[in-house]
Design a binder for this molecule. Structure first.
Ligand SMILES: O=C(O)C1=C[C@@H](OP(=O)(O)O)[C@@H](O)[C@H](O)C1
Ligand SMILES: C=C(OP(=O)(O)O)C(=O)O
Length: 412
């Protein structure tokens, strides 16, 4: 790698977002695709099992996953269990509806509470019969003879995942799909979707008005999966607040993941950052510079990483543009603010923002809300504040089952 590895080398597992996109793309292509170094965690195992329930064979070979794609949507009847995975609940109903038969889609109470209405509306307009649970959410019953394609508008203000779901399965529809996504949040995830669709042989053209038009078909493709940039945010922030140096190999300037831009926020807070061709290193000073406002709307999975350590800074830190973070595993603005206040920190909250004020932090119990990112973010604060205890440490299994072991190895 070109970035000089200084200090510790972190072992960060594969990207959840790339693993689950690649699983679907490989399933929709005809023939075997080998996915190298996939993430193995609750979200990706649920996604894989759901594809298997839809008739796609997935084999394991030396830690890689070989997906035997069918080149079409599923046929028959199946029940898909999405567990807690937003990506499964937003991507798989479209794949199912692009097939032929009857499919049920469900998940945990946590997932049932998350919005899905814009996707359900889109599937109905594309020709599927869909019965949804209360508020247009899970559970779904889908009855279908395939999806038409054509041109549709999509409310994308609460999540970008509906758009990704529609784009990924568009090559299986009868005619080319054009989507006009209104109020799109989390744009870097759409860039990731488009890049991966192109890797698998389809094309996506963006019109001057932002409309996305999908053409072409998928072909089986081998893909090596990058380490997860959102997961890497915890070790980068930990380096910043402990004055250590941490390198994540395999996450470099060509990364498909917008969340790598979190390191730019750490740079603003005073850390030294090197993004190389094939790795990124953050070197901290042990102090955080505050007194700034930052829009983290494009990288909202990482705002809690910053907010949890923000009381250690020398001035207030305001994060804006994160209204959609209220619709994730928890209402993340409320969850971060509530936990920080319980530890004695002053926090002001708006509908789409929060400000964390500097000051002493006491130990105490953190309510994880069964949200992996709350657990991992407050673990970073715990490196500097004794007595921080998580009420539910195992919720990290959603994306990083080995988190506590790896974190202890790096920072003990
Ligand atoms: O497409 C994806 O893989 C994701 C998109 C983002 O969700 P929203 O588009 O709902 O913000 C992100 O928070 C999530 O962890 C993964
Ligand atoms: C929001 C997240 O997950 P998802 O929407 O994929 O469930 C996340 O991992 O932070």
């Amino acid at each position: 790698m070109t970035t000089a590895a200084r200090g510790a080398i972190a072992r960060i597992p594969g990207s959840k977002s790339i693993t689950n996109r690649a699983l679907l793309l490989a399933a929709a292509a005809l023939g075997p695709s080998r996915l190298g170094a996939p993430l193995v965690s609750a979200d990706t195992v649920a996604f894989r099992r759901a594809l298997e329930a839809l008739g796609v064979r997935v084999d394991e070979q030396d830690g890689d996953w070989v997906v035997h794609g069918t080149g079409r949507g599923p046929h028959g009847r199946a029940r898909i269990w999405c567990e807690d995975a937003g990506t499964a609940a937003r991507f798989l109903p479209v794949l199912a509806a692009a097939g032929f038969g009857r499919f049920e889609v469900d998940g945990t109470e946590q997932l049932r509470a998350r919005p899905l209405g814009p996707l359900v509306d889109a599937l109905v307009r594309l020709g599927a019969e869909v019965t949804a649970g209360p508020g247009g959410r899970l559970p779904l019953a889908v009855r279908t003879t395939g999806l038409q394609g054509g041109e549709i508008a999509l409310d994308s203000t609460s999540s970008s995942q509906y758009l990704t779901g529609l784009l990924l399965s568009a090559p299986l529809m009868r005619s080319p799909l054009t989507v006009h996504a209104a109020g799109l949040v989390s744009r870097p995830y759409i860039d990731m979707t488009v890049a991966l669709m192109r890797r698998f042989g389809a094309d996506v053209a963006e019109g001057p008005d932002g409309r996305l038009r999908v053409t072409g078909d998928y072909r089986a493709t081998d893909l090596r999966i990058e380490p997860d940039a959102s997961t890497a945010s915890y070790v980068f922030a930990a380096a910043a607040v402990t004055g250590r140096s941490v390198t994540v190999p395999g996450l470099g300037r060509d990364s498909l993941q917008g969340d790598l831009r979190f390191v730019e926020v750490l740079r603003r807070a005073g850390a030294e950052v090197e993004i190389g061709e094939d790795g990124t290193t953050v070197t901290g000073t042990g102090r955080l510079r505050g007194g700034f406002e930052v829009d983290m709307g494009d990288i909202s999975d990482t705002f809690m990483t910053l907010a949890a350590v923000a009381p250690l800074a020398d001035g207030p830190i305001t994060v804006t543009g994160i209204r959609h973070a209220r619709f994730k595993e928890s209402d993340r603005i409320a969850a971060v603010a509530g936990n920080l206040r319980r530890l004695g920190v002053e926090v002001t909250e708006g509908p789409d923002r929060l400000t964390v004020h500097p000051g002493p932090v006491s130990g105490g119990l953190v309510d994880c809300h069964r949200d992996h990112r709350i657990a991992m973010s407050f673990s970073v604060l715990g490196l500097r504040v004794p007595g921080i205890v998580l009420d539910d440490p195992s919720c990290v299994d959603k994306t990083f089952p080995e988190f506590h072991t790896e974190f202890a190895r790096l920072f003990a």
